[in-house]
Ligand binder design. Structure first.
Ligand SMILES: Nc1nc2c(c(=O)[nH]1)N[C@H]1C(S)=C(S)[C@@H](COP(=O)(O)OP(=O)(O)OC[C@H]3O[C@@H](n4cnc5c(=O)[nH]c(N)nc54)[C@H](O)[C@@H]3O)O[C@H]1N2
Ligand SMILES: Nc1nc2c(c(=O)[nH]1)N[C@H]1C(S)=C(S)[C@@H](COP(=O)(O)OP(=O)(O)OC[C@H]3O[C@@H](n4cnc5c(=O)[nH]c(N)nc54)[C@H](O)[C@@H]3O)O[C@H]1N2
Ligand code: SF4
Ligand SMILES: [Mo]
Length: 768
């Protein structure tokens, strides 16, 4: 095709593309007409100019990675730089996270005066606002209050607890802490003979890790930030990046500026994905906003596999498949092509709710662009068929030759700021063989081959009375799980739970052990007395400088010190000299020695050179699989049926509606920790709201602002206010963690991740 023709076609196509890009609907009187914008800067200004401002600025400038998301801003080149050295890269989410960490300490008299029954009435926001934890505490069986406890007693309880049989001890972790703490945690657990290393990633991107590993032999993003900047199309699937990865929005703005396209796939029209006002471009973007989506596909939740099968069907029908690439660089493609061919258009469009015409247009945009990056988050992974979703995306990338070249590839957008580092360090129930062998060499004996518990399996095992001891390095295992009542009951059967945390959260008050619940207050990333490292979602390792805490007379400990001391007491000094590892330099030496791709860690203390992990970024189509080729897997279409009122045991009600509930984050929370009650960008004034499509509300004979009951298969929430939103008909949105009381866990069995984004609920009027 000659260049002119090509250009003509692109211009026409741009028009059509625009026609299905949404304009911003004012779904509620007060919703802003773009994401980001002035409120984000106002928040910045209010906080940085307030009395806490000095401390906040010191922290922002501290040479350490941002605490919040895995986009990974900050580090040795200063708090504001990304890995390419570009500055002005800290968003208000970072300020939000720091503000919470620089609160004063909760006083001892507070815990002396408030029994556990009173602490259990606190909301997530109230628990976080209590302030920082500053001394070790214990809640003993039969007692009503958390009490201060000496370090001697802490260690003697912990040591005894870890003398239980190895299969009855477990850990859970959340990727806020360092690579060094992660490495020590798994080394200690494995040295004790336990593989029970549950991690928040089990509830998050495990389907990406499992799915990508099967296809490409590597479970992380294959796209570097530099490569993202060379792409001319980003397909953004199931991500609310304006709230959860704000600096990614700058990349999308730059992409649109250079003539690239953004295809958004999401059942909800998120205002910031239509238009985003970025403080990084004050003149161009902040006040008027920049267009983000060129094409917005508002599909039925849980149907992404069907949509991608449709895109692949167009590629086959129009002969747009890169056959030479497929034959040379992939295996298993025949079965995938056959499956797509034999799937009818009717099945595809009725499953995903997107017309054939729209799917054809989408395929054309992907076909017409040079480098396509497929990026996704929880909208893809939080499903019973999460791994299929990931396979379907990877298949599309492979059929169009968009894997293993510059400016293209598959890019899971990771969650917590060091969640990926936790996986790399071996905190996983799917340990890589190379690491296993290296650890065996280090420990001088073979490791247990018993399958460990992932986060869901841990809850089930605890509920079945099979766990005696649990150590939690951060996180909130209680509130992050589906079915809060089950989570509480399960944790309540564990004899000893040790929580290492910076701030109190709901888990510390509801996730109580049968005998002893210990809370160990720890330094956060910018306070640690030693250097640490973390890994961003783009596979970039950052070095964090030592720091100091603002808390006066606090009795904090570093995660590294606690773990090494516990390991020393429990395991002695042979073959690992645990106390020597309190100096994190030595931990980095072990990491360099045993974790593939981390060889440069050996010199980082001398060079201070942050680095991209070896063997992860692919710019040529050779992958770390036995054959060097990618493996393709057929992806069956999901059967998306809904229950009936009778299934909820509610044949008594004659009004109401059954909806597919998406459970997600508001614009002002970090996972289970709520920073502000409402969500202005979705017009939701408080947390007990349900965002519904106007026509569903009418169909159910309900009204906006009416208070309703929302019932799932595990529980119900009452007095929930209906808010109109641009949600796909038949679905709705509510906020986690509160909503976790509603439903039981349905998981993708290949990775254990719960279907948080497709929860069947019955919504009905209170009077019914
Ligand atoms: N400020 C802030 N930043 C964070 C976090 C935070 O809580 N606050 N959490 C961190 C963590 S751990 C994570 S995992 C990430 C989470 O980042 P996201 O994945 O962006 O978070 P969610 O709020 O779960 O939003 C999921 C999006 O997927 C869409 N979606 C729901 N169902 C489907 C579906 O079936 N298909 C498609 N295509 N889309 C769907 C929803 O409408 C929503 O826009 O953010 C990280 N960053
Ligand atoms: N319904 C529903 N449920 C979900 C989700 C959803 O979308 N919907 N999302 C899931 C996802 S993606 C995830 S990742 C999980 C999140 O689950 P978790 O990671 O378990 O939970 P967080 O709320 O991130 O944990 C926050 C706590 O970590 C502690 N903390 C913070 N910084 C540090 C530190 O430096 N060191 C230590 N030791 N502790 C620290 C603080 O005490 C804070 O209260 O939730 C999952 N649950
Ligand atoms: S995008 Fe993520 S890593 Fe970057 S400043 Fe914002 S919260 Fe921090
Ligand atoms: Mo996550």
């Amino acid at each position: 095709m000659d260049a002119d023709m090509n250009q003509g076609q692109t211009a026409n196509q741009e028009q059509t593309v625009k026609s299905i890009a949404p304009s911003v609907h004012q779904t509620s009187n007060n919703t802003p007409n773009m994401g980001g914008g002035v409120p984000a800067v106002q928040y910045w200004a209010e906080h940085t100019l307030s009395p806490e401002g000095v401390k906040l600025w010191q922290t922002l400038l501290h040479k350490s990675a941002c605490l919040s998301c895995a986009w990974g801003t900050g580090g040795q080149k200063g708090g504001f730089t990304d890995e390419t050295g570009e500055t002005m890269q800290r968003c208000m989410k970072s300020v939000e996270a720091i503000s919470a960490e620089i609160q004063p300490a909760v006083t001892q008299s507070y815990f002396d005066q408030h029994p556990i029954a009173s602490l259990q009435t606190l909301t997530s926001l109230e628990a976080d606002r209590l302030g920082r934890l500053s001394y070790p505490m214990i809640l003993r069986a039969g007692q009503s209050h958390y009490q201060r406890v000496s370090w001697d007693e802490v260690y003697s309880i912990a040591e005894a607890a870890f003398r239980q049989p190895a299969e009855r001890v477990a850990s859970y972790s959340s990727g806020r802490s360092s690579n060094e703490a992660a490495y020590l945690l798994q080394l200690m657990m494995r040295a004790m003979g336990s593989n029970n290393l549950a991690d928040c990633s089990d509830l998050c991107h495990a389907p990406s890790t499992v799915g990508l590993k099967q296809v490409f032999g590597s479970g992380t993003s294959m796209v570097s930030l530099e490569n993202l900047r060379k792409s001319d199309c980003v397909v953004l699937i199931g991500s609310n990046a304006p709230a959860n990865h704000p600096r990614l929005m700058n990349e999308l703005i730059k992409l649109r500026d250079r003539g690239g396209k953004v295809i958004v796939i999401n059942p909800i029209v998120e205002v910031g994905l239509v238009k985003f006002g970025s403080p990084a471009f004050p003149i161009k973007s902040l006040f008027t906003g920049s267009d983000i989506a060129s094409l917005y596909l508002q599909l039925i939740p849980g149907s992404d596999t069907a949509l991608f099968t449709g895109i692949q069907k167009v590629l086959i029908e129009r002969d747009w498949v890169q056959w030479d690439y497929l034959k040379a660089h992939t295996e298993g493609w025949e079965a995938v092509i056959e499956q797509v061919r034999s799937t009818s258009w009717e099945a595809i469009t009725s499953t995903c709710g997107i017309s054939q015409e729209e799917i054809e247009l989408t395929a054309r945009v992907i076909h017409d662009t040079q480098g396509v990056v497929f990026a996704w988050a929880m909208g893809i992974t939080h499903h019973e068929n999460g791994v299929d979703n990931v396979h379907a995306i990877a298949n599309t990338a492979l059929m169009t030759g968009n894997a293993g070249k510059e400016g293209a590839g598959t890019m899971p957008i990771r969650g917590h700021s060091n969640v990926q580092g936790y996986g790399s360090m071996g905190v996983t129930v799917r340990l890589k063989q190379e690491i296993q062998q290296a650890l065996e060499k280090l420990l001088g004996r073979s490791l247990s081959r018993v399958q460990g518990y992932d986060a869901r399996a841990l809850i089930e095992a605890a509920d079945a009375g099979k766990v005696d001891t649990l150590i939690c390095i951060g996180g909130n295992l209680y509130a992050a799980n589906p079915d809060l009542n089950q989570a509480k009951q399960a944790l309540g059967k564990i004899e000893t739970i040790i929580y290492l945390a910076t701030k109190p959260n709901l888990g510390h008050f509801h996730g109580l052990a049968n005998q002893n619940t210990l809370i160990i207050p720890v330094f956060n990333r910018f306070e640690n007395p030693h250097k640490t490292t973390v890994e961003s979602g783009n596979n970039f390792v950052r070095l964090n400088d030592e720091g100091k805490t603002h808390l006066k007379q606090a009795d904090l400990i570093s995660e590294v010190e606690f773990l090494t001391e516990l390991a020393h007491r429990r395991l002695g000094d042979n073959p690992i000299d645990w106390r020597k590892l309190q100096d994190t330099q030595y931990v980095r030496q072990l990491i360099a020695q045993t974790i593939p791709g981390f060889e440069q860690m050996a010199a980082i203390d001398q060079t201070q050179e942050e680095f991209t992990i070896g063997g992860r970024i692919f710019t040529t189509p050779h992958f770390p699989t036995p054959s060097g080729k990618a493996t393709m897997f057929p992806t069956p279409l999901p059967h998306l049926s809904l229950p009936t009122p009778a299934d909820f045991g509610r044949s008594d009600i004659d009004s109401g509606i059954i909806l597919t509930l998406i459970t997600a984050r508001s614009y002002s929370q970090h996972n289970t920790v709520v920073y502000k009650p409402g969500d202005p960008y979705r017009g939701m004034p408080h947390r007990n709201c349900i965002l519904m499509n106007r026509s569903d509300v009418k169909r159910a004979e309900l009204q906006e602002h009416q208070r309703v009951t929302v019932q799932g298969d595990a529980g119900q929430l009452e007095q929930v206010e209906i808010i109109y939103g641009d949600v796909r008909e038949g679905s709705a949105l509510m906020f986690y963690p509160e909503v976790n009381v509603l439903f039981k866990a349905r998981i993708d069995k290949r990775c254990g991740t719960p279907a948080y984004k497709r929860v069947p609920v019955l919504v009905f009027a209170e009077s019914a």
